[in-house]
Design a protein around this ligand. Structure first.
Ligand SMILES: [Zn+2]
Length: 210
């Protein structure tokens, strides 16, 4: 018996959305995969940001996938998200190849062992000529936005980011996996502008309806 079959016998791999048993290495079952009839890649408006695009809405099954990735210790799911981001770069990336990820706090990094946004970009950089600029630092304890009630979200990010060094370009793509109210990315964009960044395009994987 192959070792992978032994593993799947004792620890069956399950779909992140409907929990049915699936092949080892897969993330979603075929039925749930079909639910993402994307990409939508819709544009939306945000303060301090020139253009903002999201791959899909923050709905089933993408919501469950992102939760599994961020809170369920599933770093390999970064591959899936990097493929979504690749599609966005091919359509809206134009000539911009400098990406600034919204950073994970030190607390969250310790908990997960990886920086969620940075890992997605690192996977993407195998397919695209990207310059990942980790210039933003999260200085406060940033509670996970998606777990907070809408009313709590704005106060959650006040004064929580700073830029640690100068950027080599005035044109960047800001990246965050999930955009809820836009308060987090808006704050990041504001501090980047203070450092002389002229043009900011935002890419996100999922955008929550307000
Ligand atoms: Zn499923």
């Amino acid at each position: 018996m192959k070792i992978s079959r032994v593993i799947s016998h004792f620890f069956p791999n399950r779909c992140e959305v409907c929990n049915c048993e699936i092949e080892l290495g897969a993330v979603l079952c075929g039925e749930c995969e079909k639910l993402i009839r994307g990409p939508i890649m819709a544009s939306f408006k945000l303060a301090h940001i020139d253009r903002a695009y999201s791959y899909w809405s923050y709905d089933t099954p993408l919501r469950e996938m992102i939760h599994a990735y961020k809170f369920g210790d599933r770093p390999r799911m970064a591959d899936l998200f990097s493929k979504m981001l690749l599609e966005m770069f091919l359509v809206f990336g134009e000539d911009v190849n400098t990406v600034v990820p919204v950073p994970t706090t030190v607390d969250a990094f310790r908990r997960r062992g990886f920086d969620t946004n940075h890992l997605i970009l690192k996977k993407l950089s195998r397919d695209l000529d990207l310059k990942i600029e980790d210039v933003l630092v999260a200085t406060g304890r940033r509670s996970p936005q998606s777990r907070l009630k809408l009313a709590d979200r704005h106060g959650n990010v006040e004064g929580k980011f700073r830029v640690k060094r100068e950027l080599s370009t005035g044109k960047i793509i800001l990246f965050d996996d999930v955009v809820t109210t836009g308060a987090t990315v808006g704050q990041c964009a504001r501090v980047l502008r203070e450092e002389g960044v002229k043009e900011i395009t935002l890419f996100s994987i999922a955008k929550a309806k307000k």
